[in-house]
Design a protein around this ligand. Structure first.
Ligand code: BTN
Length: 243
């Protein structure tokens, strides 16, 4: 029978590992690695992936409904990550649109969804999660404020238990999402929104928009209040508005 969890030592990227598989795996298939030599983040960034310091995990899932069926997918993965942390008594993890996990105002985990599919066919997705557990204090440069579970909680979290809990939460979440879409998750997402009601800058291409975050809509778009009017945005990147 096909394996369901594939644990690698050092590889380029767990997302790439699944992409390179000759036969499409079944839904819920997982690749985990101890280190990545070419870990990737969103927007072409590198994901710093030192040995044994984090969870580097990718899960495969195919959505028969095609591209329109994955609207909001990366947002619900954020919820699954926060729920897994809560199950292990890690409190205070929140979300930054579209899909960063924050704790104490710094980035704890990142999510990278890579999708492929033809028009009218299933959409095959690779869902990558990088979750910092105990990164080395020196020798790494990350272009944004980050933290790890050890710093943020003072606890030494059992990595296997966290990986298992994360897999369990992801599968539950994806089963619901596949049938019901984003709708059942919108309220919880908004409750976990770290930037809710905060003034931010939204960078879209070369444009910077100022506004106050108001959660997400049923499509997963960011809601931003500008001069008393709430508008929705499908792309862009949020940052805290400088004082
Ligand atoms: C981000 O930019 O915030 C997304 C980071 C996603 C990193 C994870 S680590 C496991 C998986 N494999 C990769 O190469 N990237 C994702």
């Amino acid at each position: 029978p096909q394996t369901q969890i594939n644990v690698q030592n050092v590889i380029d990227s767990t997302n790439q590992f699944i992409k390179d598989m000759k036969l499409a795996p079944s839904n819920g298939y997982v690749c985990l690695a101890e280190a990545q030599t070419a870990g990737r983040g969103r927007r072409g960034r590198t994901w710093v992936s030192p040995y044994g310091a984090s969870i580097y995990m990718s899960m495969y899932w195919s959505f028969p409904g095609g591209y329109q069926a994955i609207n909001g997918l990366s947002l619900v993965i954020g919820i699954a990550v926060v729920n897994a942390l809560q199950k292990l008594s890690v409190k205070g993890a929140m979300l930054k649109w579209p899909n960063d996990v924050y704790i104490q105002g710094k980035k704890l985990a990142g999510i990278l969804v890579e999708a492929e599919g033809q028009m009218g066919a299933a959409c095959n997705c690779i869902l990558g999660v990088g979750l910092n557990i105990d990164l080395p204090d020196n020798g790494i440069t990350i272009d944004q404020p980050w933290t790890d579970l050890k710093q943020a909680t003072g606890l030494q979290i059992n990595r296997n238990l966290l990986a298992a809990t994360l897999i369990d939460e992801l599968i539950k979440t994806l089963n619901t999402f596949e049938v019901e879409g984003l709708k059942p998750f919108v309220n919880q997402w908004t409750e976990l929104d770290y930037f809710y009601d905060k003034p931010v800058e939204l960078l879209i291409g070369k444009n910077v928009l100022l506004g106050k975050v108001k959660g997400i809509n049923h499509d997963g778009a960011l809601l931003l209040e500008r001069e008393g009017i709430i508008e929705s945005f499908h792309g862009g990147e949020i940052s805290v508005r400088p004082a």
